[in-house]
Design a protein around this ligand. Structure first.
Ligand code: EPU
Length: 445
């Protein structure tokens, strides 16, 4: 293993070719659409591949910007990343000679911090940029760092970087999180896989993407098990092997298309859908009056009767899984702008995830943002086209939903944010009968 070299990084954000979407709303969506692999599983699986020098092969990987960014970060470190066909990535991490995750990567994608656990536990050191906050909240990484320290790592923070090292192998032990954290759980689990001894993580996140990671780690020969709903136990091994895995379908993308059918009074079938992972969300949908049924790996959404039976208001509160996902809060709010009556929204996971509603108001939604965590939606509102701007991924997808439901033409600036996490979203909507067009920033300027 080569040492991390001294490094002077000059951070120059790359100019982003800001994309604009033009959507003509008011068309009923009909047809079927295939759900892609989950971003929030794929990224962690790719990071897990660095636990071994052997080749790992992933299928059903979504073709999205975040996956490309992580593939680039791994390649820069000396990992071989092949992309032999669409939705398939092969990763071989035999030669990692550059144990450094730069600010540029962290600025593009918070999830780059998931490399802390696997690199530290396998190579004994890593220098990794603090990913900082983003548009949805402060998003500190203290719980990841505390978890590594609980396993015996020494971590110093200097000039925006965590310098992490472990004198020998990390040592298994109890990791008690003061609150549920998804990536914190995953980072701790990845580190514990090659640690010396037994690790118990509590409370462990229960998101389906965490279980997908457990399934992959088990295929690699790791001894990892969920022994209670919020407890994961790991018996550390000296090494793990390469394995193949198909990424779990994306429940957040699926939920986004359910709302698309709901707000356009359409009828949409989702193929390859993660039916078992959408419980709380589908309850909200059916309470609001959207008819959703699942059959094998298909979800059928029929909102055509919403013309006769108006959607109903519904209070919602986001929670860690199995509660209503914070990532589905913005799409759900778009649906609630079309419901009869007042809906209270309580976002409990992130501090700034209601800000995007300002853009939704510009499209005619009647929303009071009461504080960082609470909003009141007075429905129904007739949405109309407007020029709006996207600040983050899920808000972006939700403005697309609002535009599909609105009268007239909406232009959405900053649409490149959406490609971070949704595969071919505009094409999928086109196939369902939407009028949606991609314009580059230049075409409009
Ligand atoms: N938190 C801390 N300290 C930490 C870690 C988390 O205070 O060290 C706080 C967060 O600020 C937040 C809460 O704990 O208030 C929960 O955050 P969590 O760690 O669970 O979030 P995450 O792992 O950083 C993942 C997803 C998010 C998703 C959340 C919650 C990935 C790459 N990201 O983030 O997805 O919203 O879990 O389910 O898995 C998205 O896909 O658009 C997205 C934001």
């Amino acid at each position: 293993m080569a040492d991390a070299r001294p490094f002077h990084w000059e951070f120059k954000p790359e100019p982003v070719d800001s994309e604009i979407l033009r959507i003509e709303g008011g068309r009923r969506l009909e047809g079927s659409v295939r759900v892609s692999g989950a971003k929030n599983a794929a990224l962690k699986l790719m990071a897990a591949a660095t636990l071994t020098g052997e080749r790992c092969r992933f299928s059903n990987v979504p073709e999205i910007e975040d996956v490309r960014v992580l593939a680039g970060v791994l390649t820069d470190m000396g990992v071989t990343v092949d992309h032999p066909e669409p939705n398939v990535y092969e990763i071989a991490s035999g030669d990692i000679d550059w144990l450094f995750v730069p600010l540029e990567a962290a600025a593009k994608m918070r999830a780059s911090f998931i490399l802390l656990g696997p690199l530290l536990t396998r190579f004994g050191r890593v220098i990794i940029s603090n990913p900082g906050g983003d548009r949805i909240g402060r998003r500190p990484v203290n719980l990841h760092v505390d978890a590594m320290r609980a396993l015996g790592a020494e971590i110093e923070y200097r000039n925006g970087y965590y310098f992490a090292k472990s004198p020998g192998r990390l040592r298994g032990g109890p990791i008690n999180f003061p609150q549920i954290t998804v990536m914190g759980t995953e980072n701790a689990m990845l580190a514990a896989v090659l640690a010396d001894g037994h690790t118990v993580i509590e409370p462990a996140a229960q998101e389906p993407e965490v279980d997908d990671l457990i399934a992959f780690l088990q295929k690699m020969g790791a001894e990892v098990q969920r022994t209670a709903p919020t407890r994961i136990e790991i018996e550390g091994r000296r090494r793990v092997r390469g394995a193949d895995h198909s990424v779990v379908p994306d429940r957040i993308e699926a939920g986004t298309f359910v709302v698309a059918a709901g707000v356009t009074h359409g009828r949409v079938t989702l193929e390859g859908a993660p039916c078992d992972h959408l419980g709380s969300f589908l309850e909200v949908m059916s309470d609001a009056g959207v008819s959703v049924s699942s059959n094998g790996d298909k979800i059928e959404v029929d909102a055509t009767a919403a013309d006769l039976h108006p959607l109903l208001c519904r209070d919602i509160e986001t929670q860690p899984y199995p509660g209503l996902a914070t990532d589905l809060q913005p799409p759900t709010c778009v649906l609630l702008t079309q419901a009869q009556g007042d809906s209270h929204v309580h976002e409990t996971v992130f501090e700034d995830r209601l800000e995007w509603m300002g853009e939704l108001r510009r499209m005619g939604a009647d929303i009071e943002i009461q504080d960082q965590h609470r909003a009141l939606i007075h429905g129904p509102s007739r949405l109309h086209g407007a020029d709006v701007e996207i600040g983050d991924l899920r808000a972006g997808a939700s403005l697309i939903l609002a535009a599909l439901a609105a009268d007239g033409v909406t232009t959405i600036a900053g649409a490149h944010h959406v490609h971070r996490g949704y595969e071919k979203i505009d094409q999928k909507f086109l196939e369902l009968g939407a009028r949606i067009e991609r314009l580059s920033g230049r075409d409009v300027a």
